[in-house]
Design a protein around this ligand. Structure first.
Ligand SMILES: NC(=O)C1=CN([C@@H]2O[C@H](COP(=O)(O)OP(=O)(O)OC[C@H]3O[C@@H](n4cnc5c(N)ncnc54)[C@H](O)[C@@H]3O)[C@@H](O)[C@H]2O)C=CC1
Ligand SMILES: O=C(CO)COP(=O)(O)O
Length: 330
């Protein structure tokens, strides 16, 4: 049994906490919203984020950071990607010295251009920082449906051992030591899902969506490798796996956001779509590395109001004819 603290009481934090409690771990949650914490602890629901899903009786949440972190061996950071540095700052004074920290948010910090593990490492340099990412909807995990994710730590043997400890019926973990690769896949697939959603919203058809997913995946790999990821990691659960899930199900908030944009609907009040916050900084990083990323650039132009969805669809499907794999064909 592990003592786990989950920072964040939204859909994913609550789903992970639920899975770990069901597996017999000692789980405490911290959240900034007292009402949500009381609802989780007293009525075993988190209605705003997980609807009518029943949470385990043994699950409790609190706004008391020190209490939530007391004696924690593993601390999961599950607030939205752009708030991870704030949460790490709040946790810093209360964190047990030997706690292992795991980044679970999917996004690049837009102020610093850092990955989630780099953000946490910058605030809390004395701790080992890992990453948990892969194709997994909170709604599936909380229902006990099976999912498979990748757990990356700097040390492969330690990742293997922790993956064994934390795996259960709803969450099956595969171990990796590619910290960069596992998080780049998770961050960039959100941007691709918005682009594919824009295509779906305009009714371009399944064939065009498959083309866009494939070309988007090529971008994800090019940029990921330039940032230090291993290509084989991006072929795995946290790259290709999560891209497939997120670009194919309307349960995805990023995909749904893209559909709304692509069909001309108002996006005000839609749920968290991390790709919206990552797209510009991802393009900046790509430009710094001299990497061509037309799908991500087009998504950025649409989301920042510089191009219409209709123009974007035309632009994406009228790219110059060239070799599919330029590194092989030219
Ligand atoms: N929902 C899902 O199926 C999955 C989500 N993720 C990732 O997990 C991360 C969190 O997503 P969700 O829980 O789904 O989002 P959510 O929108 O359901 O919940 C976000 C939670 O963070 C809290 N929050 C927002 N700003 C905060 C701040 N500055 N300080 C502290 N707490 C803050 C909110 O009050 C809320 O409780 C995202 O990066 C997402 O990509 C990863 C895998 C699956
Ligand atoms: O990351 C996810 C699935 O792996 C959740 O996707 P959305 O954030 O698009 O809902």
């Amino acid at each position: 049994m592990a003592r786990i603290c989950i920072l964040g009481t939204g859909a994913w934090g609550t789903a992970l906490a639920t899975a770990f409690v069901r597996q017999g771990h000692d789980v405490r949650m911290w959240g900034r919203n007292a009402e949500t914490c009381a609802e989780i602890s007293e009525t075993h629901r988190n209605h705003a984020y997980l609807g009518e899903a029943c949470l385990p009786d043994g699950l409790s949440a609190s706004t008391d950071m020190a209490g939530a972190l007391e004696n924690a061996q593993i601390v999961l950071f599950v607030a939205p990607a752009q708030s991870t540095s704030d949460v790490a700052g709040l946790a810093a004074p209360q964190l047990p010295g030997d706690a292992l920290l795991i980044a679970c948010a999917k996004g690049i910090d837009r102020r610093s251009g850092q990955t989630q593990s780099e953000v946490i490492d910058a605030c809390l340099p004395d701790h080992v920082v890992g990453v948990l990412s892969g194709p997994s909807f909170a709604a599936d995990v909380v229902r006990g449906l099976p999912t498979a994710l990748t757990l990356a730590l700097p040390d492969q043997a330690r990742a293997q051992s922790l993956a064994q400890t934390l795996s259960g019926d709803a969450i099956r973990l595969y171990a990796s030591d590619d910290i960069v690769g596992v998080q780049i896949g998770g961050a960039l697939k959100n941007v691709m899902a918005i682009a594919v959603g824009i295509c779906r919203g305009g009714g371009m058809g399944a064939s065009a969506e498959a083309a866009l997913i494939t070309r988007g995946y090529a971008e994800l790999v090019r940029l990921g490798v330039a940032m230090g990821a291993r290509a084989e990691t991006l072929m795995g659960l946290s790259g290709l796996g999560d891209l497939v899930l997120t670009c194919s199900s309307e349960l995805s908030r990023n995909f749904s956001y893209g559909i709304a944009v692509g069909s001309g609907h108002d996006v005000t009040g839609l749920k968290l779509a991390e790709g919206v916050h990552t797209v510009s900084i991802a393009n900046e990083i790509a430009a710094r590395h001299g990497i061509s990323c037309p799908v991500m650039q087009t998504a950025d132009l649409v989301l920042s109001g510089r191009m219409s969805a209709e123009e974007a669809r035309t632009a994406l499907m009228s790219r110059p004819i060239k070799a599919e794999h330029p590194e092989i064909g030219q």
